[in-house]
Unconditional design. Sequence first.
Length: 651
Amino acid sequence: MRGETMGDEISIPGTDEDLRAALRDVNLPTLLMVMTQLCGDERWMRKRYQPEPIVTPEGSLFPDDSGGYSEEIAEEIRAAAFEMLKGLRDHGGVLPPIPSLEQMRQMMEFSTAEPVEEAFCAMLLEETNFVDRDQVWLKSMDKVQSGEALDGFNVIVVGAGMSGICAGVKLKAAGIPYTILEKNDAVGGTWYENRYPDCGVDTPNHFYSYSFERNPNWTGYFSKRDELYQYFEHCTDNFGIRENIQFETEVEDMRFLEDEGRWQVSVKRADGSTETLTASAVISAVGQLNRPSIPDFPGLESFAGTAFHSARWREDVDFSGKRVAVIGTGCSAVQLLPKTAEQAGHTTVFQRSPHWISPNKDYYRPVEKGLVWALNHIPFYAEWHRARMIFGFMDRNWPAVPADPSWDHPDRAMSELNDGLREALTGYISEQLGERQDLMAKCVPDFPVFGKRLIIDNNWYQTVAREDVNLVTDEIVAVRPNGIETADGTLHEVDVIVYATGFNTNHFLWPMDVVGRSGTTLEDRWGDYPRAYKGMLVPDYPNLFCLYGPNTNIVHGGSIIYSIECQVHYVMQCLALMLERRAQALEIPESMNDEYNEEVQAISRNLAWGHPGVQSWYKNSDGKVVNNSPFSNLEFWQRTHDVEPNRYALR
Ligand code: NAP
């Protein structure tokens, strides 16, 4: 990880061969941006070097962004880069200034060969860390530190997963005393708990990582669980927040004490002891996907074999030769099935509904050695690489999400563009099933693409087409001591059941009892319709900030870490505002919250995941989408970018 700032001496290590090897593996349109920045003029943005637009090849959802250069021009660029970097290595130099917003835009438009919105470039300046977004609230904190406003002010963060770690890092930077309470014995949250075979991320890691702590050493474009978990461990230590974490400490309830303007937080520790803590503000960083849900099938307890949830993987269970049931066909099931089926004697997959699954030829691609070298040692390569990843993977699918009111087939697709994806993915399913075309009817979803998060294929179709795998679509009616009974009267005899049946998602902050100013619990307030202002603030619950709260989940693409950073940035500004104004309480009024959530619901109804044909954990019993963000990732950045003092009640 590089920590240089503009004006620092450039230091490039390595031999000529290291440099040449790196230049063989890098992305040329990205390299041109590095060269442009290093030489400080536009000679590398001439027509001769204009890359071809990024294209998505037929049958693939992932872009080819190589630039389409002729071998001659590609070699010319590499040779010039070699001379430029060799010169800097041998004779030194100073890092050039960061691009201005206008330069960023010109450079992005050149390297992507597409128009790029100004707001997108402003976001990129922060996401590449060319611009330190924290300065906004750090400046306010400077004023606060010189006074006495911080006296007695402290924050409790609930959870040390990716949101809690991010909050801890920023609270530490602000100089605000904080404690993180974590129910597990380690950090990492979902990346600690999930250990099923092939568990990994579906967003490229060079984007799925904190903007303030890039990792140039990811071994894959889509890393697996162990590497992700190590990354969060690393961040915890690198930013020195471990000493502020109380592990094996679960929050049972919290209550806002109006007179004191403080939260009272009751915790239970692993040894059974309890304690009551207090805090000026609480940041809930408990995630949406960590309370496993197992359907209440009749006879569940009678099963004589081994049964467990995908998020509670039993590494001690040997599948060899066993008859295994996998219930569910969501992201977890798709990831774990191929490896499980390879080991098992026979596998039965119980599918309630099929999901859309996308090809991705780069899913298991290791990061090329030369690219790792470039990310570590070529000045600004990591920044431009991240910018390009964001351009290619963040909101590129967004245009296929909203409903086109003039589209003639709203039952199956949102728009012509969305229908085109349906067609391409249906073709992919057919191709993958090979001789098992009889499975087509079971495998093609009846809801629009992006109605649920698109799953990346890791041989799902080829696995369900195996002779020793049976794809069952009849409803499960009971679990028996020796297997699973379906509605057609069949008893599927199995030795092991894997419940890949998802999580308790609509009960945000559950099972904590969270009592607001007026004595109402959050659960009573929300019932089946959890809602918050921008997913973060709830009327009657002052100084409570939810991260990854209602309507913040991302379906169409993008990194949840990006979204969390947007939220933490907003929360840090709220805390700084409270301190600057010496306010004991910051609360969002009911009217603001209502207005915001009416808008959220109005937009959601016309998005793929609001489609009436979609049954999912994103919706409540009333059909309202309560988990997903209704905005593109860029719009979410815009909407959470600046604190809104006039919207809150500050007391
Ligand atoms: P999920 O998406 O909620 O999938 C649960 C599966 O269980 C669904 O197929 C569901 O069927 C099925 N199911 C639930 N109740 C059932 C019942 N009574 N009978 C039969 N089937 C039943 O859970 P998940 O796969 O654990 O994923 C949860 C979320 O975690 C994902 O949406 C994603 O956001 C995230 N995730 C991401 C990755 C990644 O690649 N980064 C990996 C894993 C998880 P229906 O489809 O009919 O509802």
